[in-house]
Each structure stands twice: as structure tokens, then as C-alpha cells.
Write a protein that binds this ligand. Structure first.
Ligand code: AHM
Ligand code: MG
Length: 326
């Protein structure tokens, strides 16, 4: 125990190698605090529910909020006082959130999904927090939504916290993807895997196959190939962070294709480019994988709306080549 570096030690080492990244290292340290706080809230969620249901008051007479609302508020409140960000956008907020006085001259903006995997929140299944950091643009107002219309490739930091059997923090400054596991007793994140590389093999494919009939032809053909010729087993949790994390560490394919349930010929993605696709694609590429929106590399897409949605197809380079020729 304690032979592996704590997150703080790791960040200090990173800082001495990259003295120009002081702001980013401090951001990472503050996001880890949010991870610890949310991990605690999630662990207590079952207990809180004993005292009241959403929309009701608990035994202390306080309003009981949904966990994703708690996570959103906690993240906003905490980040506002750090002064790292001039603007924030959240999957839970319609517009850009001004980070106030402390953030006036801040160099960065952050997009985050406070608790992803909403269908799993109430049933004790893994959920996650996703974050994406860009350098603030000087050519538009600091709280203009165009701050977030930057390609995934220009992210300077991205990552997620996965609340599973353990809480893990996975992030990249653009030079490798690293995983830290929370020691709950110590209250510290400890390095568990440095420079994750996604294995080339494909043990699993991960997709909501209930939507198969509504997927584009290429996605259906690719799934058929994975099942028939490639003999991948199916694993699907329905929490993007958890499905992504398994795929990153064990290899395989993880996809949320566009769907057309109305039969109008208009296929629509579910994941949100700024809050889900971009940060996950950034990490995937660092780990040697590729993520497409069905056609293009996610990292090359310039968003044109804050809550823009896109399809998500992740795999090794070889698998993505199979996909493109399916
Ligand atoms: P959310 O942002 O409302 O939580 O939705 C995103 C989630 C992902 O975590 C997950 O992969 C997907 O929705 C599951 O969707 P489905 O229930 O259609 O399989
Ligand atoms: Mg989400």
C-alpha cells in the first residue's frame, strides 16, 4: 500500500515536467474533489431515499432532490469558487452558466455531464461524471455558447469519474490516459493504471440492441459481423461511462448508433457531442482507439449547438475499418 503515487503526487510530477500547465493540474485536482464528494453522495443515496422520495420533503423538512440535480448544483457551486473557469455548460443546463466574479479572467471553460446514466441512478448500477475542458476563446464573449463550439481535438483536458464497485477517475491532458482509484478510507485517489492502451482484441460488443431495427444499414451489418464472424459476446450496461471504461480496458466495440424510430429516414444520435462524445473520443484516441459519429471522427466535428447530439461508434482502428466497409 502507498507504493503507488497519489493523484496529488502524480500531478506535482506532471507539473514539474510541464511548468506551463499549472492551471490544468489545479483543475484536475479540483475535479478529483468533486469526484470524492459525488462518490459520497451516491453511496448515501439509498439512505437518503429512506427519508423521502423525489419531490417530497425529508425528515428534516428539506426538499429531496434527484441525484443528478444534486450533482449538477454541487459541481457548479464548487467550480465557481475555484476561479478556473470563465464559463461552464452542463447537460443539466439549457444555456451557458456564468462563473461569476472569480471566473472573470479565467483561462478555461468546462462542459460536464454531472451524472450520466440516468436510468441506472436509482437501481444501484454504475453511473459516471464526464468533463471536457477547453481554453477560453478571446474572439467571443466569455459566456457565449460559441466558447463550446470547439472541436474535440482542441480539448486540453478531458475525463470521467466512474462510480462502480470502486470509484475511478480517468483523465488525459493529451499525453496518455491515466486511471486512479479512490481509496475511500484514505480519501485519496491512487494511481491504478498509467497510459491505458485499449487491447486490439474484441471480447465484447456493447450496444442497445433493442434498437437494432431502427439503426442505419451499416450499423446493422456491422453488428451482424461482430456476432457471426467475430464471435464477440454482448455486454451492455446502459451507462456510457461504464460501457466506455470496460471497452477501453478490455477492448471491443462500444456504440450508440443513430436511430430512426419514426421511419422518417432521419437518423438521430442520442449522446451529446459536448458532454459525452467529445471527451470520450479524446480519451479513446489517446488509448489508440477511434470514435466516429458513423462517418466522421468525432474529434474533427465543430459543434454548432450546445446540446447537439451525435452517434457514437468506438473501436480499434481495425474494427473501425470493418465498420466503414460494412
Ligand atoms: P443521460 O445523459 O440521460 O443519462 O443518457 C445517456 C445514457 C448513457 O449513459 C447510456 O449509454 C445511454 O443513455 C443509455 O441509453 P438507452 O437506455 O437508450 O440504452
Ligand atoms: Mg449524459
Amino acid at each position: 500500500m502507498l507504493q503507488t503515487p497519489t493523484l496529488t503526487q502524480y500531478l506535482l510530477r506532471h507539473l514539474s515536467a510541464h511548468p506551463d500547465q499549472k492551471g490544468l493540474t489545479m483543475i484536475m485536482s479540483d475535479i478529483a474533489v468533486i469526484g470524492k464528494a459525488l462518490s459520497r453522495e451516491i453511496n448515501r443515496a439509498g439512505l437518503i431515499n429512506i427519508f423521502g422520495l423525489v419531490g417530497m420533503t425529508n425528515i428534516q423538512g428539506e426538499q429531496v432532490h434527484k441525484l443528478d440535480q444534486i450533482a449538477n448544483q454541487l459541481t457548479k457551486d464548487y467550480l465557481r469558487q475555484t476561479g478556473h473557469f470563465s464559463a461552464l455548460s452542463s447537460e443539466e443546463e439549457d444555456g451557458v452558466v456564468d462563473m461569476g466574479e472569480y471566473g472573470k479572467d479565467a483561462r478555461y471553460v468546462i462542459a460536464f455531464d454531472p451524472l450520466d446514466g440516468s436510468s441506472n441512478i436509482d437501481v444501484n448500477v454504475s453511473i459516471g461524471t464526464i468533463f471536457s475542458v477547453h481554453t477560453r476563446r478571446d474572439d467571443v464573449e466569455r459566456t457565449d455558447e460559441k466558447q463550446f463550439f470547439q472541436t474535440g481535438r482542441s480539448q486540453v483536458l478531458a475525463g470521467y469519474i466512474l462510480y462502480g464497485s470502486s470509484t475511478v477517475l480517468v483523465f488525459s491532458f493529451g499525453d496518455g490516459v491515466h486511471e486512479f482509484t479512490l481509496d475511500q478510507g484514505l480519501g485519496e485517489f491512487l494511481l491504478s493504471t498509467e497510459r491505458i492502451q485499449m487491447p486490439e482484441k474484441c471480447p465484447y460488443y456493447s450496444v442497445n440492441e433493442g434498437n437494432y431495427d431502427y439503426f442505419p444499414q451499416r450499423d446493422r451489418a456491422f453488428i451482424d459481423y461482430l456476432k457471426a464472424e467475430n464471435k464477440c459476446d454482448l455486454r451492455y450496461i446502459g451507462s456510457a461511462v461504464a460501457d466506455f471504461h470496460r471497452t477501453l480496458k478490455k477492448g471491443g466495440v462500444f456504440m450508440y448508433p443513430a436511430i430512426d424510430k419514426d421511419g422518417t429516414g432521419h437518423y438521430k444520435g442520442k449522446y451529446r457531442l459536448n458532454f459525452e462524445n467529445k471527451p470520450m473520443a479524446f480519451l479513446a484516441e489517446q488509448a489508440g482507439a477511434v470514435v466516429l459519429d458513423g462517418e466522421r471522427n468525432i474529434l474533427d466535428i465543430e459543434p454548432t449547438a450546445l446540446h447537439q447530439r451525435a452517434a457514437f461508434v468506438m473501436g480499434s482502428k481495425a474494427m473501425i475499418n470493418h465498420y466503414l466497409t460494412s
